[in-house]
Design a protein around this ligand. Structure first.
Ligand SMILES: NC(=O)C1=CN([C@@H]2O[C@H](COP(=O)(O)OP(=O)(O)OC[C@H]3O[C@@H](n4cnc5c(N)ncnc54)[C@H](OP(=O)(O)O)[C@@H]3O)[C@@H](O)[C@H]2O)C=CC1
Ligand SMILES: O=C(CO)[C@H](O)[C@H](O)COP(=O)(O)O
Length: 477
């Protein structure tokens, strides 16, 4: 450590992978003297090679110097692979820190882990913030959406710093506000990713439909751009970008890409934590399951060979298809975002977090991967009615979903008949049909089956209370 840097840094970044490195540069751009450390020196050297590395960035090569290089009370942000690496890093840093210092952990952590870490760190008097960070590498560099939660008393100490590096939404507000206690910040980020899974799967399915209609990649990209003029969704924007990307030989990159989609786990985390809260997030779950099914390619190829099924082909007037698909896409998006927000609302109640839903919509309005015009409508809906039970009852949603569902139904039906899998669009439709059905006969049947085999009782439409039938007596008759 040089004299210039001795205890001079306002924040330390532990972890210089794509996200940590970008956040370091973002912090320096905003005038924050930043200490940078990575467990292996390679990534630190890579950071030092960044052209015109701002003078405000100071690399460190051991943890003692890194912590000693921070102004007190110290603020350390951890940006490493989620899971046990976070625990390992905390275990190494905590003995070097003092009461009043702050740890900000910004990976995609499970919210229960965050609550556990917060308690452990607090025992030493160190404050803990678990923050969601969204926007990928470019977002982290130029302005991410940030979802901090944990020790509220730490918020005034880091608010200015975090808000200064965050994106601004279309209304000019910083995409960073306090989310809530314990693991609330990471919970909200996980569910952001769950929505991301759902809408990415919908987009992928729409691309497949366009391909089955015979469109070239460029035509598909133009179609996305057309829809995106009013949907203003970042994921649609980058879909057009990837559809236009060419390989080195000038051929479309998409045509060379293996049909296997990875997943680091936040989608599954969304589904599990939603189920824990009694929420069925079937559109988001369809996104998770579709990626899982893509991964075993040898098995898929063996099944394809065993059944010898032809590639799906769709036909019909192209302009009509595009119009239907656009409406179906909008409705499926609306249903996916609605599922995400319903779980947030439920988490807020069950965990007593006091989540500010309009504010979360506004934080997601810029910087993050799921930013889109629809978030303005979501913010407006929860502002107009803070007790709104479901977005499906908000006037803007009633209009969008009501308009789009007939088209969604036609698209899903045609795909089912052609053998083109559209699990997310199908789930969106099933979700809507289940929610708007006056009587779910299937549920009544299940209620009786459970009563028959397990004496679980059932309720009646004509009388209050719970009932059990003497099924043995029926059988004896
Ligand atoms: N990439 C993205 O788009 C986004 C990522 N995130 C989350 O941010 C976090 C960082 O992501 P990203 O930058 O992409 O990189 P990775 O998730 O790939 O994590 C890489 C970093 O973790 C460090 N690391 C791994 N194991 C350990 C360990 N046991 N002890 C100390 N350091 C360790 C690596 O150091 P080394 O290489 O030297 O081992 C490297 O600095 C993750 O939780 C990720 O889920 C959040 C939003 C977006
Ligand atoms: O958090 C993110 C975006 O919001 C990360 O890019 C995350 O890795 C995406 O999830 P997955 O790897 O499961 O696709």
């Amino acid at each position: 450590m040089t004299n210039r840097t001795k205890a001079a840094c306002q924040i330390g970044m532990y972890g210089l992978g794509p996200m940590g490195r970008s956040l370091v540069l973002n912090l320096a751009d905003h005038g924050y003297a930043t200490a940078a450390y990575n467990i292996t020196a390679d990534l630190t050297w890579q950071l030092m090679k960044v052209p015109e590395l701002p003078g405000l960035v100071t690399p460190f090569f051991n943890e003692h110097d890194f912590i000693a290089g921070l102004k007190q009370p110290r603020t350390v942000m951890i940006m490493v692979k989620s899971g046990s690496p976070v625990d390992q890093v905390i275990a190494r840093l905590l003995p070097l820190m003092d009461p009043g210092d702050i740890i900000i952990e910004g990976g995609n952590s499970d919210f229960r882990d965050t609550a556990r870490r917060l308690r452990a760190v607090n025992e030493k008097g160190v404050m803990y913030i678990g923050t969601g960070v969204s926007g990928g590498e470019e977002g982290a560099r130029r302005g991410p959406s940030l979802m901090p939660g944990g020790n509220r008393e730490a918020w005034p100490l880091v608010k200015e710093l975090l808000q200064s590096i965050a994106a601004r939404n279309p209304q000019g507000q910083p995409c960073c506000e306090w989310i809530g206690p314990e693991g609330a910040g990471h919970f909200v980020k996980t569910h952001h990713n769950g929505i991301e899974y759902g809408v990415m799967q919908v987009i992928g399915e729409v691309c497949w439909v366009l391909r089955a209609l015979g469109l070239s990649n460029g035509e598909m990209a133009d179609t996305m751009d057309g829809w995106n003029r009013h949907m203003k969704a970042f994921l649609l924007e980058i879909t057009a970008q990837v559809l236009r990307a060419n390989d080195d030989d000038g051929s479309p990159l998409l045509d060379h890409v293996l049909d296997v989609a990875g997943a680091k786990g936040t989608g599954a985390g969304t589904v599990v934590s939603a189920l824990d809260l009694g929420q069925a997030v079937n559109i988001l779950a369809a996104g998770v399951a579709a990626r899982l099914m893509s991964t075993n390619r040898p098995r898929r190829l063996a099944i394809r060979d065993a059944y010898n099924v032809p590639e799906p082909v769709l036909s019909g007037p192209l302009e009509e298809w595009k119009e239907k698909l656009g409406l179906a896409l909008e409705a499926a998006f609306a249903l996916a975002y609605a599922q995400g927000f319903t779980t947030l609302e439920e988490a807020s109640i069950q965990y007593n977090w006091g989540l500010n839903l309009p504010q979360i919509a506004s934080i997601w309005g810029g910087g993050c991967i799921i930013r889109a015009q629809i978030l303005n409508e979501i913010a407006a809906a929860f502002t107009a009615d803070p007790k709104l039970d479901t977005l499906l009852l908000a006037p803007a949603f009633v209009e969008c979903i009501g308009r789009g569902v007939p088209a969604l139904r036609e698209v899903v039906s045609a795909c089912v008949m052609a053998g083109l899998p559209v699990p997310a669009m199908n789930s969106a439709l099933s979700n809507f049909d289940s929610m708007r059905s006056p009587g779910l006969i299937s549920a009544s049947v299940i209620a009786l089956l459970r009563d028959l085999f397990g004496a679980h009782t059932f309720q009646r439409v004509d009388r209050p209370g719970t009932f059990h039938r003497d099924w043995q007596r029926d059988a004896a008759r």
